[in-house]
Write a protein that binds this ligand. Structure first.
Ligand SMILES: *Cc1c(COP(=O)(O)O)cnc(C)c1O
Length: 387
């Protein structure tokens, strides 16, 4: 970012994100260009969001057509795009009883699940240590990360946190007073932490025992990111609520809360922009592309390939994750340095933990992009370890 842009940022925006190092001007596929016209390989996709990369022709076409036709209706009215999208999502869940509420972000989707859980007449919520569910007071209250919570306390009461992956701890806490258990299939923000096999199944069984709503926060893992539609299907479970955002809008802001049992009554919840026609058109176009070109199989294939290659790099302790959501665990706390070195080599990733690099490339990357990434990653890690 130029000195001038940096000053413009610092003197007009809230400092909550810090000052970014890059000012991005445009994108195409898996590549981004800065305002200095430097070309970057995007291995982060706007944090697991731009599944089809940047400026995908189908998304451009769908959005352009929709903005010319009808751009906003409010929820006093229906429109064709929302009907199509809700029915598509319902089909993907495999259940006719799925009912969708659309909003604009992951935090709002989880906020909606939280409100819905109150309608059970119970108040207690169980979440997991290290979880990330959003930044609004409700979703932050369910977020198991002390540094994010602490400045904003007191948050909502009746919240308990159990270690992620620990069924015994959950069994001790859960009761007929619990309204909802909320859990991510993979803790993305916490550094792509994968629970032991059978964990989600065990959580499901405990929720069934006490008639507790199970919410799967698939905001980061959903819409094909892990090679599955929502990130939990490999355990063969059915949640009571699924929350989505990030990848859902094809790069536009869209969130959804899908519930199978509990439902809001008229007037109990809403969002002015939720299910906006333009955003729904983008999502319909995205789902169309993903299905038509069998992208989920591609995600699985490319993810396996990446994993195999990265694990061989000296200095890598472990590669965890599924599909194209991977956490590269380093043998020391130099993830920030590696991310910086990669940025210098024109590759974008991020470091959610001191020893973890997260990659979430768009599904449109080629095997050539993968080889390029691994080569540059190897060099970056070498430089960071040597420093
Ligand atoms: C990003 C994320 C959220 C919050 O989504 P926003 O759109 O930033 O509000 C919630 N849950 C998970 C698992 C996420 O990764």
């Amino acid at each position: 970012m130029s000195k001038k842009s940096m000053i413009a940022w610092d003197t007009s925006l809230q400092p909550n994100y810090g000052t970014p190092r890059l000012n991005l001007a445009r994108g195409k596929g898996a590549y981004l260009w800065s305002d200095q016209d430097e070309k970057y390989l995007d291995f982060l996709s706007g944090i697991a969001t731009n599944a089809l990369g940047h400026a995908h022709p189908s998304i451009i076409k769908a959005v352009s057509k929709q903005v010319k036709t009808l751009s906003h209706t409010s929820n006093l009215y229906s429109h064709p795009q929302v009907l199509e999208l809700a029915s598509r999502l319902q089909k993907l869940t495999g259940s006719d009883s799925a009912r969708v509420f659309f909003c604009n972000s992951g935090a709002e989707a989880n906020e909606s699940a939280l409100k819905l859980s109150r309608l059970t007449g119970r108040k207690k919520i169980i979440s997991t240590v290290g979880a990330f569910h959003g930044r609004t007071i409700g979703s932050l209250s369910m977020t198991g990360q002390e540094s994010k919570r602490e400045p904003f306390e007191p948050l909502l009461g009746d919240m308990d946190f159990v270690p992620y992956g620990d069924l015994k701890a959950l069994e001790k806490l859960i009761s007929f007073k619990t309204a909802m258990v909320i859990v991510e299939p993979i803790q993305g923000e916490n550094g792509v932490v994968v629970p032991p096999d059978g964990y989600l199944k065990g959580v499901r069984e405990l929720c069934d025992r006490y008639d507790v709503l199970l919410t799967i926060d698939a905001v980061q893992t959903g819409i094909g990111r892990t090679g599955l539609w929502f990130g939990y299907e490999h355990e063969g479970i059915t949640p009571d609520i699924i929350t989505l955002a990030k990848g859902l809008g094809g790069g536009l802001p869209l969130g959804a809360m899908i519930s199978f049992k509990e439902q809001f009554s008229p007037g109990q919840h809403g969002s002015t922009f939720g299910a906006n026609p333009i955003v729904c058109a983008a999502a319909n176009s995205l789902l169309n592309e993903l299905e038509k070109h069998q992208y989920l199989e591609r995600v699985t294939f490319l993810g396996e390939k990446l994993k195999k290659m990265i694990v061989e790099v000296s200095g890598v302790a472990e590669v965890r994750g599924r599909g194209l959501l991977l956490g590269i665990v380093l043998d020391g706390p130099y993830a920030n340095e590696v991310a910086l070195e990669l940025e210098k080599a024109r590759v974008l990733v991020n470091a959610p933990q001191a020893n973890v690099i997260r990659i979430a490339p768009p599904f449109v990357i080629t095997e050539g992009d993968i080889r390029k990434f691994v080569k540059k990653f190897e060099k970056a890690l070498e430089a960071a370890r040597g420093a």
